[in-house]
Design a protein. Structure first.
Length: 417
């Protein structure tokens, strides 16, 4: 049984950062020591300040657990919003399962609420951890691979002879990539805006990071008025007795127009000596699914991506967009954020939403984590309803909520943070 009693959770200062990093990197089984990657340890706090980092200490003052958060501008249904990107969660291995994480999570959510934040998001290392803290799995994305001999695109794929693809070292194509990304990220729910520091991380290419693969390159699709697409990739040279069996590893492929998608994919499938192309992450509804002549050949594995948490239920539901009108009273339980608990009347539709406290009888009773899961519009409440995890008092309410919350485009983050 876990208890938060013996732990103090507090902010840190700069001098403590190496200890905090020691806990985070050790618990996450990082292949490095903090002093070997000093620049990496300090890069975010030096920019953001130390205020978004928390440490849990034992009675003797030793740091035994930690977490921190980014301040992202993330596309959500309804527009780009400030979202706390929770990361660096770790508990020293000899202190696990004694309530350290629970103490950290309780303090972190209270801090975020006090700071006026409405949402938190994270990538979970294991799916059994964060539901109890009010997070719900809100998005899945796809890890994919294809044998290039089966990677031909449809004859009627949109092809624009005015587009040109150029291949650069990662540093050289970075500006063009950032330009395309900024255009696309604003409207793809789940994407967060990248500043220069994020582009440093995305384009970092030290030999130690290559893990047997080649240097990082960027292919850019140029249109007459500027870049329209790019892919970040590394080649892995392999030979077998019958010849080359090299693999192109695509870190990300982003395009702003249909013809740019075609140009980008045909380019990625055209490298001599490459027999297989692997994509680290694609949106569930990536155009590649429709562009491939033989799409069954795409080997796809669905993986969990963003877990979302409503820090402030009325504010988050009130500023969301809705696809259809809905009225419902939701009785929310929230063990870690008591200000969210109770009954909320939601009156929402394409024109806007109003969310108010009410004494009315609830139509649906549910844990706040299910609202987090439903937030991005692709994980219907019907799932937990059928599983018996939430209660529908007024039949049909969950179906109406799901219709109103639905987003036709799949949420996609694509960047593990
Ligand atoms: C956003 C990110 O940064 S994801 C990275 C998360 N970090 C890691 O995976 C690193 C390795 N693991 C760890 O450091 C720790 O084991 C943590 C952070 C996952 C958990 O920390 P702990 O201090 O052991 O958790 P704590 O004791 O507070 O557990 C609280 C509850 O969560 C449960 N729990 C903790 N870890 C897990 C897990 N990995 N899987 C399932 N349940 C878990 C506990 O059983 C407990 O359940 P209860 O409330 O029903 O009693």
């Amino acid at each position: 049984m876990s208890t938060s009693a013996p732990w103090t959770v507090r902010g840190i200062d700069r001098e403590e950062m190496p200890q905090v990093a020691e806990v985070a990197l050790t618990s996450l089984l990082a292949p490095v020591l903090p002093d070997e990657v000093e620049e990496r340890v300090f890069r975010f706090p030096e920019r953001n300040g130390y205020g978004r980092i928390l440490a849990a200490t034992d009675e003797g003052g030793r740091i035994v657990g930690t977490t921190r958060s980014h301040a992202f501008d993330m596309a959500l249904p309804g527009g780009v919003r400030r979202v706390a990107g929770i990361t660096g969660v770790g508990v020293w291995p000899t202190f696990r399962r004694r309530g350290v994480l629970s103490a950290l999570m309780r303090r972190q959510i209270a801090d975020l609420h006090e700071a006026g934040e409405h949402y938190a998001a994270l990538w979970a290392s294991e799916s059994g951890i964060y539901g109890r803290y009010g997070y719900g799995l809100a998005a899945t994305e796809v890890v994919a691979a294809i044998d290039v001999h089966h990677a031909g695109l449809r004859a009627d794929a949109p092809r624009d002879p005015g587009l040109r693809v150029e291949l650069y070292r990662a540093v050289a194509g970075r500006k063009e990539a950032a330009e395309v990304f900024a255009r696309v990220a604003r409207t793809r729910v789940g994407r967060f805006a990248r500043d220069e520091l994020w582009w440093d991380i995305m384009t970092k290419d030290e030999p130690a990071e290559r893990a047997g693969k080649g240097p990082l390159r960027i292919s850019v699709v140029h249109g007459s008025e500027g870049p329209l697409g790019y892919a970040l990739h590394r080649a892995e040279r392999r030979w077998d007795p019958r010849g080359s069996a090299s693999v192109l590893h695509v870190v990300e492929a982003v395009a702003a127009t249909p013809a740019a998608h075609t140009a980008l994919y045909e380019h990625l499938f055209s490298f001599d000596l490459v027999t297989r192309v692997e994509f680290a992450s694609l949106p569930q509804d990536d155009p590649l699914n429709d562009l491939l002549a033989n799409h069954q050949r795409l080997e796809s594995t669905m993986v969990d991506s963003l877990w979302m948490r409503l820090v402030d239920v009325p504010a988050a539901l009130g500023e969301r967009s809705y696809a259809a009108p809905v009225e419902a009273v939701l009785a929310v339980t929230d063990r870690y954020a008591p200000w969210n608990e109770g009954a909320w009347r939601v009156e929402a539709g394409p024109e806007g939403a109003r969310v108010e406290r009410t004494d009315a009888a609830p139509d649906v009773s549910l844990d706040v984590s299910f609202l987090g899961g439903a937030l991005l519009g692709r994980r219907p409440l019907l799932g937990p309803l059928r599983a018996g995890l939430l209660t529908e008092h007024a039949p049909g309410t969950v179906a109406r909520l799901d219709t109103a919350l639905f987003r036709p485009d799949a949420a996609f983050c694509g960047t593990v943070f």
